[in-house]
Design a binder for this molecule. Structure first.
Ligand code: SIN
Length: 318
């Protein structure tokens, strides 16, 4: 059986529009395979005129794998996988106007994220995507070789603000720290399907390059964070009501300008569970589970945030 799936590139390094698919019904295996391949090849795919409800979005997402539940977003009781971004005058957008891959504070960050647009502001409210494989490819071979061996510590930085400074807030935060201990991810991630290398540090969640001095780490991270902002490796998505976007979270970063506020912008989001990142130097691990670091000394702060409830030895561990 054939299919009518058409894939039309919309930017040089990432982004394609997919036509000939109705996401409100179950895709045939052939259609799904074509969509899946388009995501792997183009990193971000866009569908227009998709009037779908949450149930249909969830069903489509599950074709790619198990869905994840965000630990810090308010969840729908009956569909905890669904995040509602209903931003307006009374509910300003939070934290998405910074380059990031989703949830890299997790040991296994999501494979990908799907957004379905319901209400779009008259102007503004685009989402900008950057190909982090293109960002890696654009670096000199000398820089690539240097980065290939490095690892970075990630943290739930953004969400720490949600807890407040009081006793109860701190106690809750400690619980989350136990649940989400700092993962150490490769600075260069190898995509598990395409085998391509991507820069895998982001200003939202990456706090330190391991085994570097603080000033060295800061300088290098600042340089790496700037790569996502290079216009040539980007695709800027201008939303329409009923458009639907799926991005590969392993090879892209995104930035959602809050320039539409206080207009209303309403999108529904789900994420698909991902696997443990690995780089040229091997798989990732938790900072405090690393046998080399388990004899750590004094607890300390870095990046302006407490890194972990477990003691960290700055000299040895990071
Ligand atoms: C996100 O960062 O997951 C949301 C992006 C957007 O609101 O466009």
């Amino acid at each position: 059986m054939g299919h009518n799936v058409e894939v039309i590139k919309v930017a040089p390094h990432l982004g394609a529009e997919i036509r000939g698919v109705d996401l409100s019904r179950a895709l045939s295996d052939e259609e799904f395979a074509a969509v899946h391949d388009a995501v792997m090849e183009n990193e971000v795919v866009v569908f227009h005129d998709q009037k779908i409800n949450a149930e249909q979005q969830i069903a489509f997402g599950k074709r790619f794998g198990e869905l994840s539940v965000h630990p810090f977003s308010p969840n729908q009781e009956d569909t905890p996988e669904l995040i509602i971004f209903d931003n307006n005058e009374d509910n300003p957008p939070f934290g998405t106007d910074r380059w990031h891959s989703d949830e890299t504070f997790r040991a296994e960050p999501p494979l990908g994220t799907m957004l379905s647009a319901k209400v779009i502001p008259a102007y503004g409210g685009n989402t900008i995507f950057a190909s982090m494989t293109a960002a890696y490819d654009a670096l000199s071979e000398t820089m690539q070789n240097f980065l290939d061996d490095l690892e970075a510590i990630h943290d739930m930085v953004l969400f720490r603000k949600l807890f407040g400074g009081g006793e109860d807030g701190l106690a809750t935060m400690r619980k989350y720290e136990e649940q989400y201990p700092n993962p150490v991810h490769p600075v260069v991630r190898i995509h598990p399907v395409t085998g391509k290398k991507a820069l895998f540090v982001n200003p939202q969640f990456t706090i330190r390059i391991k085994n570097m001095r603080e000033d060295e780490s800061r300088t290098l991270l600042d340089f790496l964070f700037r790569q996502a902002a290079i216009p040539e490796i980007q695709y800027r998505h201008q939303w329409k009501a009923d458009s639907f976007v799926f991005w590969d979270n392993r090879s892209t970063q995104h930035y959602a300008p809050h320039d539409y506020f206080p207009q209303r912008r309403y999108l529904e989001r789900i994420t698909i569970k991902g696997d443990r990142p690995f780089g040229p130097a091997g798989p990732t691990y938790f900072l405090q589970d690393n046998p080399e670091t388990s004899a750590a000394g004094s607890a300390d702060e870095f990046g302006g945030h407490r890194a972990s409830i477990r003691p960290i030895d700055r000299e040895k561990d990071i």
